[in-house]
Ligand binder design. Structure first.
Ligand code: SF4
Ligand code: MSK
Length: 664
């Protein structure tokens, strides 16, 4: 059957540059996806394939068939899924490990250019882990925190320290189900062991272990990554940043940082502000240096420094196609190998920096936190030297080609904005949900997938949920998508055509956008913290599974997304992923992820492709949870006018009187 042609993107900037690619005959992930013929076995529609030993590979195409070793369809499907979850957990957690080593190097005075930017967070994290701080210097405390983090990766027995920060009921459930993770590396290794030929052969048992591995990421590696990033680079608070390809500057040296780890990118942020380097750029004919991010590095530097984001996952090749990027500096995860091929048509230099990631044809300048600033300045200087090599440019400009967004809603800031310094809490949010002003909460996260129209499902889902008074929080590439279409501006919250009446009142009262940016992929751990705090605040039950909330990843593509979904389910959330069910050939395994996990954890994982259906499932679940809590049924007619008369009268006032009313 011929593949149905899909519109590549709803993003006008992306479409503009894709036209350039077509004219120049340059292939991109969009064109490759359009011509791609997926392996039918891998797609799950025509069976499953096991490659776990060399008697095989074995392909199972119908119920009742077994592999040479006798492995059944369910076992193979569960093993494949567990391995993908372990790979995702490993990627996130290894990122956390590297940050722990950076913190260690800072504490021992070996890291050039870094500092402890948030001492309050350092002490809060130390307290969370029971690390004594009395009589210790900041650096001594930082060293203890770093050592604690490092020890949790190789820990063999007991349980991870962050487990004790979950609601007590959840902790007990994890211990009863024997899924409280013991050590971060141990759980990943155990999955590889269990799924080796001749080991664990019970699908339900294999997947229980996958939940424990995922929890070691969410409540371990990722949570450490988030907390240490905040300690080193500052806990995010709202900033204003530009988003989309229109943020590239025609007359400046453009440098893009892409990947996930903030360690080098934060140094590049500092280096591009160096007066000597700015002068150097001017000496080469540029007006200055413009830094922008892609993917989660973009989220990291935008939410802390207000650095613009050039776009999300599917924008990475397009940034080079503008012809305006002097250097694309990449670290780890979500970096397409095709970047080098696209860059060959332009002057852009692709620079790999992680000791773990080299790409054939790219320049490798290895990052080392002991000489971070020297390396960052060297990279910036190379980019400036490359400015003279620019050819024709295709930066999308004009309406819709860039937008403003407000990122940086850390859980600390969320609590602060609801009660100030003295009464910081989640009480107002819980009250707004309990009263029905806010119907529930949805976390819309995750990647783009070129098998679907870029950003379309993200935005269809978000738009509909907001109209239904569902507050949306977002991370990763989903967050960048929401930013591009204006959903992360305070003014959008005031638009009655976009935001339901009750949610609008809450956004107006607190002064927030209707979609809150919580950070990068590892910062899904912030969502766990928010849910824990909501559960312990009271009024919405006493566990995460009680809260009217849903996790969504409508355009996912990475193994990390599966790990995130699984730790959210293990934490009690209902998670809906789009795209396709990777185990749809096995009804038994799909049943385990939905029905069995719901019985065990109060959360479940389902795969729903169409935006309309995702919204329907989300609202049904939220309403079901509201009913279980005996909250009033959602009624859109009840709210929305409490402030309107006063607001209308206020808007009638002359500007001076408006100012006087606001500021006295
Ligand atoms: Fe085939 Fe079993 Fe080997 Fe898998 S582990 S490849 S099913 S023989
Ligand atoms: S970058 S994992 S494409 S969200 Fe975190 Fe985006 Fe998905 Fe990568």
């Amino acid at each position: 059957m011929a593949k149905q042609k899909i519109t590549p993107s709803i993003d006008p900037a992306a479409c503009y540059v894709l036209d350039v690619a077509e004219l120049m005959g340059i292939s991109t992930s969009f064109s490759r996806a359009a011509n791609h013929k997926p392996c039918t076995v891998g797609s799950g529609q025509a069976g499953v394939c096991c490659k776990n030993c060399y008697m095989g590979p074995c392909r199972i195409t119908k119920e009742g068939q077994v592999g040479i070793c006798g492995a059944t369809l369910e076992t193979i499907a569960a093993r494949n899924l567990a391995r993908a979850i372990a790979a995702g957990a490993a990627a996130h957690s290894d990122h956390g490990r590297d940050l722990a080593f950076t913190l260690h190097a800072v504490a021992t005075g070996e890291a050039q250019g870094y500092a402890i930017r948030d001492e309050a967070k350092l002490y809060a994290v130390a307290a969370k882990h029971g690390i004594p701080t009395k009589g210790k210097t900041v650096m001594e405390t930082a060293l203890d925190v770093a050592n604690k983090a490092i020890s949790e990766f190789g820990q063999q027995r007991g349980e991870l320290s962050y487990i004790s920060t979950a609601p007590p009921k959840r902790q007990k459930l994890w211990r009863d189900q024997r899924v409280a993770p013991r050590g971060i590396d141990r759980e990943v290794v155990e999955i590889l062991h269990r799924t080796h030929i001749g080991d664990d052969q019970d699908a339900s048992h294999i997947l229980l272990s996958a939940v424990r591995t995922a929890l070691s990421d969410g409540w371990g590696g990722s949570m450490w990554a988030t907390d240490i990033s905040d300690i080193l680079f500052g806990t995010p608070s709202p900033k204003v940043g530009g988003v989309n390809l229109g943020c590239l500057e025609e007359k400046q040296v453009n440098i893009i940082v892409h990947g996930h780890e903030p360690t080098l990118s934060e140094m590049i942020v500092a280096a591009v502000q160096d007066p000597d380097l700015i002068e150097y750029a001017k000496s080469k004919g540029a007006e200055g240096i413009n830094l922008a991010g892609i993917c989660c590095t973009a989220n990291e530097v935008m939410m802390r420094q207000g650095i613009p984001s050039a776009g999300n996952f599917l924008t990475q090749e397009l940034a080079i196609l503008t012809g305006a990027v002097e250097a694309m500096v990449v670290d780890v995860q979500c970096i397409m190998q095709s970047l080098v091929g696209v860059a060959e048509h332009f002057h852009t230099e692709i620079i790999t920096t992680s000791p773990k990631v080299k790409i054939t044809g790219a320049t490798h300048i290895e990052f080392d936190e002991h000489h971070a600033m020297d390396i960052a300045k060297n990279i910036v200087r190379r980019a400036i030297d490359n400015y003279a090599n620019r050819g024709e440019m295709h930066i999308p400009t004009g309406d819709g080609m860039s937008e403003q967004m407000v990122p940086g809603f850390s859980h600390e800031y969320l609590a602060y904005m609801q009660g100030g310094n003295y009464r910081a809490s989640f009480r107002p949010l819980n009250d707004a949900i309990a009263s029905g002003r806010i119907r529930g909460v949805a976390a819309n996260v995750g990647c783009n997938n070129p098998g679907f129209t870029h950003d379309q499902v993200h935005m269809d889902v978000v738009a509909e949920l907001l109209k239904n008074d569902v507050l949306v929080v977002s991370t990763g590439c989903g967050a960048i998508a929401a930013g591009k279409y204006g959903y992360m501006k305070g003014s959008t919250a005031l638009d009655p055509e976009k935001v339901g009446p009750g949610l609008r009142e809450v956004c107006e009262a607190i002064g927030i956008p209707p979609v809150l940016h919580l950070g990068s992929c590892v910062d899904n751990s912030r969502i766990l913290t928010v849910l824990s705090q909501m559960a312990t605040e009271g009024g919405l039950g006493d566990d995460i599974s009680d809260i009217p909330a849903v996790g969504l990843a409508p355009e996912w593509m990475s193994e990390k997304a599966l790990a995130i979904a699984t730790y959210c389910v293990g934490s009690g959330a209902y998670v809906i992923m789009g795209v396709r069910n990777p185990v749809d050939f096995s009804d038994a395994v799909s049943h385990i992820m939905s029905n069995e996990w719901e019985e065990r954890f109060g959360g479940k994982l389902e795969f729903v492709i169409e935006a309309e259906e995702i919204v329907r499932h989300t609202l049904e679940h939220i309403d079901k949870k509201r009913a279980a809590l005996k909250l009033p049924a959602y009624d859109p007619a009840r709210f929305g006018e409490s402030g309107d008369a006063a607001l209308a009268a206020y808007l009638e006032l002359p500007v001076e009187e408006q100012m006087a009313e606001l500021y006295g």
